[in-house]
Design a protein around this ligand. Structure first.
Ligand SMILES: [Zn+2]
Length: 77
């Protein structure tokens, strides 16, 4: 599994990127920005609010805390 990097995800704006993270944090689900498959928690017994996710279709992991750092660095206000 590869950790997905912000630049791989194709977000054009900060808002778009944050909307993706918020879906995971608030609703516990989102589609993979790369392939459109539903993301699943990285660890089987994780709670809905867990911050690490995976896409079993394209084998990427999403660590929302890391992505947030990247968003702040590369897509600042
Ligand atoms: Zn995917």
């Amino acid at each position: 599994m590869e950790r997905a990097k912000l630049k791989d995800l194709g977000f054009k704006t900060r808002n778009e990127a944050l909307t993706f993270l918020k879906k995971l944090w608030l609703h516990g689900k989102a589609e993979c920005p790369i392939c459109g498959n539903d993301l699943e928690p990285l660890h089987k017994k994780a709670k809905k609010s867990d911050c690490n996710w995976q896409c079993k279709n394209c084998n990427n992991t999403y660590k929302t805390i890391h992505l947030l750092d990247e968003i702040n660095e590369k897509l600042p206000y």
